[in-house]
Each structure stands twice: as C-alpha cells, then as structure tokens.
Write a protein that binds this ligand. Structure first.
Ligand SMILES: [Zn+2]
Length: 333
C-alpha cells in the first residue's frame, strides 16, 4: 500500500492538485473514512492561499495555465480587496467561499478541481480513441469517489495504512510536491514552505543580542531613521521572512512597531539594504561578540555576505515581493 501510494504520487500526470489531494486526505482522515469534498476543499484553500499569498510560489511553469484553484483565488482577492493588500491570514468567510468555489466553480471559472483530480489521482484511464476519461464516480486502491454525492470513501487497506504510517505518507507527498515545484520556483527553504511543520524561530534570542550590542543601534529605527524607544522596539526582516523563511541576524534590523507593520512583507529600499550591509560589516569585525559569531556563521567573508544579500534581495523581488520606498515609511512616522 505504501509503495502504491508512492507510485501514485510520484508518477503519471504531475500537477499540484495531486499533492494537495494527497495531503488533504491525510490531514482530514481521523474519525471517519467518509470525507466530504468540501472538507478537502477547505484544505486546498489553505494550501493555495498560503503558497500564493504568503510565499508567492508559482503553481506551474506556464502562468497562462494556472490551475483553476489559483485562478479562483485571484478572482476572489480581486473582488474582495481590489487594489488593497489582502491579509496574510485568510479570513474565515473568505476560506468558506474559496472552498465552495473549488468544489463548484461558477460557470466560466473553469472546471471543478475534483472532477479532474479524483479520477486521475492514480492515473487517468484512456478511452479507445486515446482521450483521457474523467468519470464522475469511480474507485482506486485508496478511495471510492462520487462527485455528485460530494464525497470520497477511503478503502479499508488505505485506512489501515493511514492509521500506522500517516507521517511517512505525508513526507512522501511533501517531497514530491517540492520536487515538482522547484522546477519553476527558485525560493529558499521550499520544502519547509510546503510542509505543515513550522520552521524553528529564534527571533527572541536575537532580541537580547540586539539589546546587549551597542553596534546594533537599537536606539534608531532602521526604516525611518528616527529615535526608537525600547518600548516600541521590534525586529524587522529586511528581506521578508516569507521569502527567506528563517530568522538570521544579517537580515534583522531595529524598527518601530508602526514602521515594521507598514513595511509588511516587502523588501527594504536600496538605502535600507545599503545601511544593512554597512551594519553587518561592522559586526563582522566586532571581536568576541555574540553578534560577530552569528554574522560570521552566515557567510565565508564580509564580501561574500554582502553579495549574498544583494542576490537574495533581487531574487525576492523577482519572486514577486515588492520593494518599499523611503518616502512611504517616512510619511508614516
Ligand atoms: Zn521607524
């Protein structure tokens, strides 16, 4: 059964629906072997929202062939938010609406995700004329499905395997998902971004390093250059956390709470990046400090770190993270 699952997930027609379905079944399986499509669609909504909205991942190498789930998401965001920046966390009502449309897209919005992925999850059957067939009900080694009844029913074998090997199956899905996505997403920590496990954060550790190290200048906001009181002190990721997906001292700067939230998940201005590089150069030579240890652990030389920062900042912009301007931040304080 584990082999069959691996084969289903790693061969045949590859697309993100397949991985989303594999993961959704694993995550929804619990009390019942009958799983409504709307419950699976809720999971799809989570994955596609996060990938698109938080990480700006591409779901296919051909943007004119975005999967229907992404097209629905784009439309919903446009209707709901217009030109405003949508929230990073998906509102509950939005999630319900999105899930509903994944099961049943309005006419003209494309085919339902499930009419496609359920029949071909374990390889689509071909008819005598050589076309793939997508029946509205059927079965495979893992589940029976009925699109008209809006549910899938897991097979006894699959239920038994899920009972004992949930995390193994989940790891397979994440690995194959990342293998597929890395062909057209050049982004750091892709596996972590796709995986349900949150990355290990160490930002609180850095807060104390900042307070102990005068060269880190916690008295000045790196974003607006104005004095910063301790009570208002936050750490901003110069290149957004959602892109680098790790907390590193070379990327952290002191900032007013307001400036930090105004900047949001955007890359710092050229001036801010330049100041960050100068700051890191100072830390690089700060003998015997914890700050030096952290800075020197991130590159082979100060020059190497500088070129990495420029490279990563440009890559983040290319991936779709906007750049903030000095004017925007200054007009705020
Ligand atoms: Zn500020």
């Amino acid at each position: 059964m584990i082999e069959a699952f691996h084969k289903a997930i790693s061969t045949g027609n590859q697309n993100t629906y397949k991985f989303a379905l594999g993961r959704a079944v694993i995550e929804e399986f619990g009390n019942d072997r009958i799983i409504p499509l709307i419950a699976l669609a809720g999971r799809f909504a989570d994955y596609y929202f996060k990938n698109h909205q938080e990480f700006k991942l591409r779901e296919t190498n051909n943007p004119s062939q975005d999967p229907t789930a992404t097209l629905i998401l784009r439309k919903l965001i446009k209707y709901r938010y217009g030109d405003r920046i949508p929230p990073k966390r998906m509102p509950k009502k939005f999630r319900e609406d999105f899930a509903e449309k994944i099961v049943n897209p309005p006419s003209g919005w494309g085919h339902s995700v499930f009419t496609y992925v359920l029949p071909c999850w374990q390889g689509a059957a071909m008819n005598t004329r050589g076309y793939y067939e997508y029946p509205r009900s059927g079965s495979n080694d893992f589940f029976e499905f009925s699109i008209d009844d809006g549910l899938i029913i897991l097979t006894n074998d699959f239920v038994a395997t899920l009972d004992h090997h949930k995390s193994t199956l989940l790891s397979m899905v994440i690995l194959e998902w990342a293998r597929f996505m890395e062909k057209f997403n050049h982004t750091p920590n892709l596996i972590s971004k796709l995986s349900p496990k949150k990355p290990y954060r160490r930002i609180s550790k850095f807060r104390s390093i900042f307070k102990e190290t005068p060269a880190l200048k916690i008295g000045l906001c790196h974003l607006c250059k104005q004095p910063l009181l301790k009570a208002d002190f936050t750490l901003d990721h110069m290149i957004p956390f959602d892109y680098v997906y790790t907390d590193d001292l070379w990327n952290l700067v002191p900032a007013h709470r307001k400036c930090n939230s105004k900047k949001g998940a955007r890359v710092g201005s050229d001036r801010m990046i330049r100041k960050l590089i100068e700051r890191n150069n100072v830390l690089w030579d700060l003998r015997g400090s914890a700050a030096q240890k952290w800075i020197q652990s991130s590159a082979e030389s100060a020059n190497g770190l500088e070129s990495n920062i420029i490279l990563v900042a440009n890559a983040a912009k290319k991936a779709g993270f906007e750049k903030v301007t000095d004017q925007e931040i200054n007009s705020y304080s």
